[in-house]
Ligand binder design. Structure first.
Ligand code: ARG
Length: 467
């Protein structure tokens, strides 16, 4: 069972780890995706070591050339990852040592604790930008849909009961707002990531005369004026996992938003609604029932929100109660975060594809929105405009609704004489309220579903999404 002692930290050990322990403790199977960031970090760190005279420019250049060739091998899928070397950091350092003698100096004034924190901050900046692009693409698909279906009205729902008419575009713009907040949240996470951990060492920095600001600048951890941003407390630097939680939280909220959007789409595509037809390319059939076309992309979007919420929960649970600073528990921080990234990225793409391919059924939408009862509130507003207090108007309209029910007629088909008996403020023009065009045009305030506002929102989002 005793193995050769471990190459990077084995000095004080008389035996290497058990095979079971190697399996249990390795992270290279999932952290190898950090390789490009780890290599960028090592290049910046060695540049700094040369800058302050801890290595020679020649040694720096040899390290850089070695790292470049390793990156090429990794990208070509030819790099021999080994779980004996635990993680991405030691795999790369050992490979470099085998090629470049100066590699033995690379880990000067550095620990894997500040190294992994740096890798992840670089990764978060990259990952947030990737996610933002995909969210923007889903927003663009939404915008195209609003432009294509500008004139379509549907009922808006509360309690899943038909409430008031809205333009379909207005409903879609509600999703747009949700996705835009998600976009902004990932942007904020990227901003929070913009502090360089290198130099914190394992916990207490180093006695060597390093230049943290130099490294930070090399890696792009700079403010808007190009000034380096370095973390301000070495212990916090290696213990802090806030970004992981923020990223997972942004992902969970995105998941919940997409899940609600997916649920609307599932309902709208059912025979009961039939407002839309989902694209064949994002649906599947039944192995038994030949007629079935199932909204699987939407159901999976809804389902995958569960793992996004789960990832956040796993991370919060893992970090809670950990003593400062680094503890090996923290190696478990990466799988949930990577899974959140993968899930958010693919979900945004699938949402975009589903939105781009769906068609609207205008006849079904028109039929659903035709019930004059949806404008009962407008009739109350009509009375309010004639001086009736709203609470009284509400009752006076309720009486008319009841009358329609008793007579088995749509609200707008009642005899004016009967309506007038419900309240003295009803005049001969009471039924003009039920003209949908008029009803929509009157909803002209900011944020309302009127046609002028829809136009304004189309212009607003066209501009925002072009930026
Ligand atoms: N693979 C480790 C992780 O992801 C890197 C840091 C290891 N640090 C240590 N002191 N063992 O957490």
């Amino acid at each position: 069972m005793a193995k050769k002692s471990q190459a990077t930290w084995g000095g004080r050990f008389s035996s290497g780890p058990a095979a079971l322990m190697q399996q249990f403790s390795e992270s290279v199977s999932f952290d190898k995706r950090l390789a490009p960031f780890d290599i960028a970090g090592s290049k910046a760190h060695s540049a700094m070591l040369a800058h302050v005279g801890l290595i020679t420019p020649k040694e720096r250049d040899a390290i850089h050339a070695g790292l470049d060739s390793i990156l090429k091998e990794i990208e070509a899928g030819k790099f021999p990852w080994s779980i004996q070397l635990e993680d991405v950091h030691m795999n790369i350092e050992q490979a470099l040592t085998a090629r470049v003698p100066a590699a033995a100096k690379l880990h000067t004034a550095r620990s894997r604790n500040d190294q992994v924190a740096t890798d992840m901050r670089l990764w978060f900046k990259w990952a947030c930008a990737e996610v933002q692009t995909r969210i923007r693409n889903a927003q663009l698909a939404l915008l195209t849909l609003t432009q294509r279906e500008t004139g379509v009205l549907i009922p808006g729902y509360t309690h899943l009961q038909r409430a008031q008419p809205v333009y379909l575009a207005h409903h879609l713009f509600a999703w747009m707002e949700m996705l835009d907040r998600d976009h902004a949240r990932f942007l904020a996470v990227a901003k929070h990531a913009n502090w360089c951990p290198l130099g914190a060492g394992a916990i207490a920095g180093t006695t060597l005369p390093i230049d943290r600001e130099f490294t930070a600048t090399q890696l792009g951890f700079v403010d808007e004026k190009g000034r380096p941003r370095v973390t301000q407390n070495s212990m916090d630097t290696v213990a802090d996992r806030d970004l992981f939680l923020e990223f997972a939280a942004a992902g969970a909220l995105f998941g919940v938003h997409v899940s609600r959007i997916a649920e609307d789409l599932i309902l709208w595509s059912s025979a009961e609604f039939k407002f839309i037809e989902l694209p064949d390319a994002f649906c599947t059939g039944s192995s038994l029932m030949p007629q079935k076309k199932n909204p699987d992309s939407c159901e999976l979007l809804r389902g995958k929100s569960g793992r996004l919420v789960g990832n956040l929960s796993a991370l919060l649970t893992m970090v809670k109660g950990l003593p400062l600073t680094y503890n090996r528990d923290l190696q478990e921080d990466k799988p949930p975060v990577f899974d959140t990234f993968d899930t958010v990225a693919v979900s945004a793409e699938v949402l975009a594809g589903t939105l781009a391919g769906l068609t609207v059924n205008p006849a079904r939408c028109a039929a659903a929105v035709a019930d004059p009862a949806l404008l009962a509130t407008d009739l109350a507003d009509y009375l309010v405009e004639r001086g009736v207090p709203f609470r009284e108007a509400h009752h006076a309209v309720g009486a008319v609704v009841k009358l329609a029910e008793v007579q088995g007629k749509p609200l707008n088909q009642l005899a004016t004489a009967d309506v007038k008996k419900c309240h003295a403020a009803y005049a001969d023009d009471w039924a003009t309220v039920f003209d949908l065009k008029r009803a929509m045009a009157k909803r002209r305030g900011t944020g309302m579903p009127g046609p002028a506002q829809v136009k304004k929102q189309i212009a607003r989002w066209t501009k925002t999404l072009a930026a």
